[in-house]
Write a new protein. Structure first.
Length: 160
């Protein structure tokens, strides 16, 4: 019974994160000037509307070919599918691990929906000397970092 409740809570958590991601992107699109950032902490943190037509960290910025957006949608969907399969296989894992997977899936879904609907991902959080990002990116990185910590701790726990 408790496992079933946990699944529903994680599903709701994932949907709420996707909703928050898209709500913040809509506000960024409507409220932010595309030319000038809104400075929150001078020299550190700005809000700047940008359209990311590339991958995370602009890894493919030098590659220009017809259908690039469709290819990125397909690759994103494949990656999301792989994460969902991994999550399914670890469905009996700890609540913390489940939350990490929920964060990754929520972020991936948020950006995938954006890319499929618009052909690009809306980014708006700019920490100086770092690429501009969004709430979905934060969720993916937080989930991946949490999974990484859990994986590093797992061998020590199994050795005891």
């Amino acid at each position: 019974m408790a496992r079933q409740a946990l699944r529903w809570v994680l599903m709701l958590f994932t949907l709420v994160l996707v909703g928050c991601d898209h709500a913040t992107k809509a506000v960024a699109e409507a409220a932010l000037d595309r030319r000038a950032p809104l400075t929150l902490v001078r020299g550190v943190l700005d809000l700047r509307y940008t359209e990311n037509h590339d991958t995370a960290f602009s890894l493919l910025r030098g590659w220009h070919f017809p259908g690039k957006a469709a290819v990125l949608v397909a690759l994103s969907a494949l990656a999301l599918g792989a994460v969902v399969v991994a999550w399914w296989r670890r469905r009996r894992a700890s609540m913390i691990e489940q939350a990490a997977y929920a964060l990754i899936v929520a972020g991936a879904v948020g950006n995938l929906l954006d890319r499929a609907r618009r052909g690009f991902v809306v980014d708006f959080i700019e920490i100086h000397r770092w690429p501009v990002f969004n709430v979905a990116d934060v969720a993916v990185v937080a989930g991946a970092a949490l999974l990484g910590v859990l994986m590093l701790r797992r061998p020590r726990a199994e050795a005891r």
